[in-house]
Design a protein. Structure first.
Length: 274
């Protein structure tokens, strides 16, 4: 009888071990996502977005300004090969997408909530005094404390980061775009994200999007023979080792794209505004 009990106990333990192993290796089925070059697809999550990983640079992804749970996705070029996108949200859930190019996607607004839940836009939980942020941005644009060295130019367009300022729990990045040509520069995207310094070829690039609390002097274009200074107010941050801040500017229906790489030694020199 004792031998039978011992055998049953061993068998039960083995069964639990097998079920545990199966549970631990459970795969997460990806969702299908179709995007296009000329339109933006909005993916609404039930919780705030913590991180976004793109399988290819052919996909552009950023959090919508002023909210925490809407991911805006579009194609960086037409007819790109199939790739993937991974999103981690504040509830600890990982959501995976298989991304394909489609000239006319079937849906441009996609909710990841359950069928019985209405999609909700998540405003950042920290209290933000917008009047104070506006004043901080105005003071940053007017400040004579400048930052040198971070600039890029192509075909008459010049992108420069000429100021980093700190005020409590927020920072302001002052970015100037100059257009020396007669052709207006229509802005498709002006993004901020943190990227690894070194990336093995043909592997996914881990990028952490930085969503502005406020964009001061926001404008969809820089007219010919003119310039515009933008002030991006963002939550304060520093950059981990072996990573850098990317400021990426892309032209709509054009090829004048620019990119700045900013290291942590610049970020920590953020100045107080007068």
């Amino acid at each position: 009888m004792k031998q039978i009990s011992a055998v049953l106990t061993m068998g039960f333990s083995l069964l639990i071990t097998v079920f545990s192993a199966v549970a631990q290796t459970k795969s997460i089925e990806p969702h299908a996502l179709s995007i296009t070059y000329s339109k933006t697809t909005n993916v609404i999550f039930p919780y705030a977005i913590v991180s976004v990983d793109r399988g290819s640079r052919d996909v552009l992804a950023q959090k919508a300004n002023g909210v925490e749970n809407i991911l805006q996705v579009k194609a960086a070029k037409e007819n790109f090969p199939q790739t993937n996108l991974t999103v981690v949200t504040a509830d600890g859930k990982l959501t995976s997408f298989v991304v394909d190019y489609a000239e006319q996607p079937t849906a441009l607004n996609i909710s990841m909530s359950t069928p019985n839940e209405d999609p909700v836009i998540a405003i950042p939980t920290e209290s933000v005094n917008m009047e104070e942020m506006q004043e901080f941005a105005r003071s940053s644009v007017a400040s004579e404390k400048k930052l040198g060295g971070e600039k890029d130019k192509t075909f008459g367009i010049r992108l420069k980061l000429n100021g980093i300022y700190i005020h409590g729990d927020v920072m302001c990045l002052r970015i100037r775009i100059s257009n020396s040509t007669n052709i207006d520069y229509d802005i498709d995207q002006l993004r901020l994200y943190i990227r690894d310094q070194k990336k093995v070829k043909r592997t996914a690039s881990q990028e952490i999007e930085i969503s502005p609390v406020l964009i001061y002097n926001d404008s969809p274009k820089v007219s010919g023979k003119s310039e515009n200074t933008f002030a991006f107010v963002v939550p304060k941050f520093t950059i981990p080792d072996k990573k850098f801040l990317v400021i990426q500017l892309m032209e709509k229906n054009g090829g004048r794209h620019l990119e700045l790489h900013v290291k942590n030694k610049k970020i920590v020199k953020a100045a107080m505004v007068d």
